[in-house]
Design a protein around this ligand. Structure first.
Ligand code: NAI
Length: 299
């Protein structure tokens, strides 16, 4: 069965190039009306250009419907106005792909707090601004699909990207709570960790891998995660046509015996505590406390 986005209104932030452009083109091809947001800056976030308008022209040339928006996701007022404009013109907003991003890579010793903040501001606060602007509307509509863009750096770390990693794992924490708060309103929230050859990665990808890691190869996973039958609270890795699922797990652990709740007891049992056999994936934070109680009751 073909998965359609007919009658859906989608906002894709940072869609003037790279992955966002690929998502916007395919959403429009499958019938969505698309807000192509991008302030059109350089990789480090400086400057402006008409990158969004060019993607809108591509969509229109292919017979689709789109509007360009030059808001910076860091500006709550501009983002709120973008959502109001989409709602006025097209009657709602059903899909938000938080994709805008910048890089300011340096090892942590050499990183200024300004570079730390700038990266957190665009990825984490920018995604919160855009999500806040659509959230109540999605609840009222009883329909919403929100995708956060995390990264392998957020999930697993990469040298020189402490600012980016902090922002990207922050987005996962944001998504996990939103998926709980949105559940009864049919608002589903997922997290994608993409891998693609774009200007963001052009100095890490060897040229021979560029074709395999075309952004188009991430599109199927991204669009599935904002489709009618999307899961919620999923963490998905996608690149070069490979789609993976990631989890935040918890080991069964070890109950320090009464009278031996000491640092030494933790040290002596570290192998057992960190042993992954029998680990689970809690569905909410409260579940961790419940599992602790269960463990204590179990002796
Ligand atoms: P890209 O640099 O081509 O796209 C990012 C877009 O965001 C740019 O067009 C840029 O102008 C826009 N943008 C930056 N700041 C903005 C702001 N304040 N407001 C609105 N738009 C803004 O890079 P790419 O690779 O397409 O990245 C897309 C997303 O995927 C980013 O969140 C990135 O961190 C993430 N990602 C990409 C990976 C990859 O392998 N390419 C790996 C992991 C995550």
């Amino acid at each position: 069965m073909t998965i359609s986005f007919q009658d859906k209104v989608a906002i894709v932030t940072g869609a003037g190039g790279g992955l966002g452009r690929a998502y916007a083109l395919e959403l429009a091809r499958r019938g969505a009306k698309v807000v192509v947001n991008d302030l059109g800056g350089a990789r480090d976030g400086s400057g402006h250009s008409d990158a969004a308008a060019k993607v809108v022209a591509e969509i229109e040339a292919a017979g689709g419907t789109a509007m360009a928006n030059g808001a910076s996701v860091t500006d709550k007022g501009q983002v709120t106005a973008m959502v109001a404009e989409a709602q006025d013109r097209w009657g709602g907003v059903h899909i938000l792909i938080n994709n805008a991003g910048i890089l300011r890579d340096k090892s942590f010793s050499k990183m200024s707090m300004e570079d730390f903040r700038a990266v957190v501001d665009v990825h984490l606060i920018g995604s919160a601004n855009a999500t806040r602007a659509v959230w109540d509307l999605m609840k009222e509509q009883a329909y919403g699909r929100v995708l956060m863009t995390s990264s392998s750096t957020g999930l697993y770390g990469n040298f020189g990207q402490s600012n980016y990693g902090a922002a990207k794992l922050g987005l996962l924490g944001f998504a996990k709570t939103l998926s709980l708060e949105g559940a009864k309103y049919n608002v589903k929230v997922n997290t994608l960790a993409p891998t693609a050859a774009t200007r963001m990665t052009n100095d890490i990808f060897p040229p021979e891998m560029t074709a395999a890691f075309n952004p188009d190869n991430v599109v199927p996973a991204a669009l599935f995660l904002v489709s009618d039958d999307a899961p919620t609270n999923a963490i998905v890795g996608a690149g070069a046509g490979v789609v993976q699922a990631a989890y935040v797990t918890l080991t069964p652990g070890y109950a320090l015996p009464e009278g031996r709740r000491t640092v030494e007891e933790v040290a002596a049992n570290w192998d057992m505590i960190s042993d992954r056999s029998g680990e689970i994936v809690p569905q909410s934070g409260a579940e961790q406390a419940m599992l602790i109680l269960k463990k204590l009751q179990g002796g």
